[in-house]
Write a protein that binds this ligand. Structure first.
Ligand SMILES: O=C1O[C@H](COP(=O)(O)O)[C@@H](O)[C@H](O)[C@H]1O
Length: 266
């Protein structure tokens, strides 16, 4: 059974003893949000990250989700992408295609990956243009307090340094307020060229989940959730604070091992 707790900002933190429980609860969470969004808006606009997240979403390819989720209503985007060919081992698109999208009946024209034939700068510009078109046609909602897109769900992982998407600690793109999608050519984690949603877009989503496993990330989890340590204020994961949306952390025991456990109850 998961331990869970809500802190003062209304963030929910779910901690799982076993990875299998985390995977099942994550699949339930995504399936429920998909159902609610399709009921309300007729579509589900979901943005994926790369990394460990995709294998943690693996239950969605199995029964009952493979049959019960309304896959045809999904519109799929990437929160961040490495600027490499789509068939490159580093591509977040390839990771999601191989691990999830090729195993469920999504509509190919609803899968919005980046243009992998241009520079990082142009790829970010093109991707923002695509998103703007889909906001105009309301495939993606719009925030009622800014002009930002309001994704139904944004799924994030987190690196041991506290980075989310391709927003790295102390990088100037953390301050980006105007662009929806920006680029970097100096990512501290390879490959160096990437595009990424900016914080205003992430924080405008209806729902954001940060899914983190492993002891190498325990210190950054502690800093972001317990709001302690010198790095805390500039930790990208800590800057994920949806303005009106919901934030849920999914953690395994190892990632949660440095948290103040007193805040959680079964
Ligand atoms: O480089 C990236 O890293 C993060 C974290 O990856 P993980 O394997 O440690 O979970 C990922 O969320 C992001 O999409 C990716 O581009």
């Amino acid at each position: 059974m998961a331990l869970s707790g809500a802190n003062k900002d209304g963030r929910e933190v779910r901690i799982y003893e076993y990875l299998d429980e985390l995977n099942t609860d994550l699949a339930d969470y995504i399936a429920e949000l998909s159902e609610a969004s399709v009921k309300e808006r007729g579509v589900f606009a979901i943005a994926l990250s790369g990394g460990s997240l995709i294998s943690l979403m693996g239950k969605l390819c199995e029964a009952p989700y493979s049959k019960t989720v309304d896959w045809a209503k999904w519109y799929i985007f990437w929160v961040d992408e490495r600027v490499v060919a789509k068939n490159h081992a580093d591509s977040n698109y390839k990771l999601a295609k191989d691990g999830l999208l090729s195993k469920v009946p999504v509509v190919p024209s609803h899968v919005h990956s980046i243009n992998d034939t241009v520079s990082a700068e142009k790829a970010a510009e093109d991707y923002e243009f695509v998103i703007r078109q889909l906001v105009r046609t309301r495939v993606i909602s719009v925030s009622d307090i800014s002009d930002c897109p309001k994704f139904d769900l944004i799924l994030l992982g987190m690196g041991p340094d506290g980075h989310v998407a391709s927003l790295f600690p102390n990088h100037s793109i953390l301050d980006e307020k105007e662009e929806w999608v920006t680029f970097l050519t100096d990512s501290p984690k390879p490959p160096p060229e990437r595009i990424t949603f900016t914080l205003p877009v992430i924080n405008s989503a209806s729902n954001v989940a940060i899914v983190v496993t492993g002891s190498s990330k325990a210190e950054a989890v502690h800093s972001a959730i317990d709001e302690v340590g010198p790095d805390c204020p500039t930790l990208p994961a800590k800057m994920v604070q949806p303005t009106k949306g919901n934030l849920v952390w999914f953690l395994d025991k190892a990632a949660a091992s440095k948290l103040d456990g007193a805040k959680f109850s079964e």
